[in-house]
Design a protein around this ligand. Structure first.
Ligand code: SF4
Length: 144
């Protein structure tokens, strides 16, 4: 039997089936996408997600529309490294706290863009220092 939070989460997914679904840390990290990724399929999916995100985004927990084609996603778990699933879940929590959002929040990419500059110093301090993508992000517009 499903508890109430499972039921409401499933309802969010049904209601938002046409929206782009993003987890917390992707709401921030995708602003610095420079056309690079794990493989061709991952990159072309990411481009599609970013186009769709212009319409409307719904915030979810766990594997999202970006993760779905990631070669490191196995049975819904991130296997990039031994503790990566736990680590990105922490990043998701931090991102939602900084952005003042929660699972089920709906927003537009432009609204998100306005918030990023304000929270970026804090995000960089806690999330970016050991990230493998940092050199790519540093080259992106809006990073400074
Ligand atoms: S350096 Fe890593 S954690 Fe920081 S914004 Fe880029 S991808 Fe995200």
């Amino acid at each position: 039997m499903k508890n109430m939070s499972e039921v409401s989460f499933i309802q969010i997914l049904i209601d938002c089936s046409n929206m782009v679904k993003l987890r917390g840390h992707h709401l921030i990290c995708l602003h610095f996408f420079r056309g690079e990724g794990y493989n061709e399929e991952f990159v072309s999916n990411l481009k599609r997600v970013l186009e769709e995100a212009e319409k409307e985004i719904v915030v979810i927990s766990g594997a999202d529309d970006v993760c779905v084609v990631c070669p490191y996603l196995v049975d819904g778990i991130c296997r990039y490294s031994e503790d990566s699933d736990e680590h990105i879940a922490e990043l998701d929590r931090l991102a939602l706290k900084l952005l003042n959002l929660q699972h089920g929040s709906r927003l537009k990419w432009d609204d998100l863009k306005e918030k990023i500059g304000k929270i970026l110093p804090e995000w960089k301090k806690y999330a970016c220092s050991e990230c493998d993508w940092r050199k790519v992000c540093e080259k992106a517009e809006g990073w400074q």
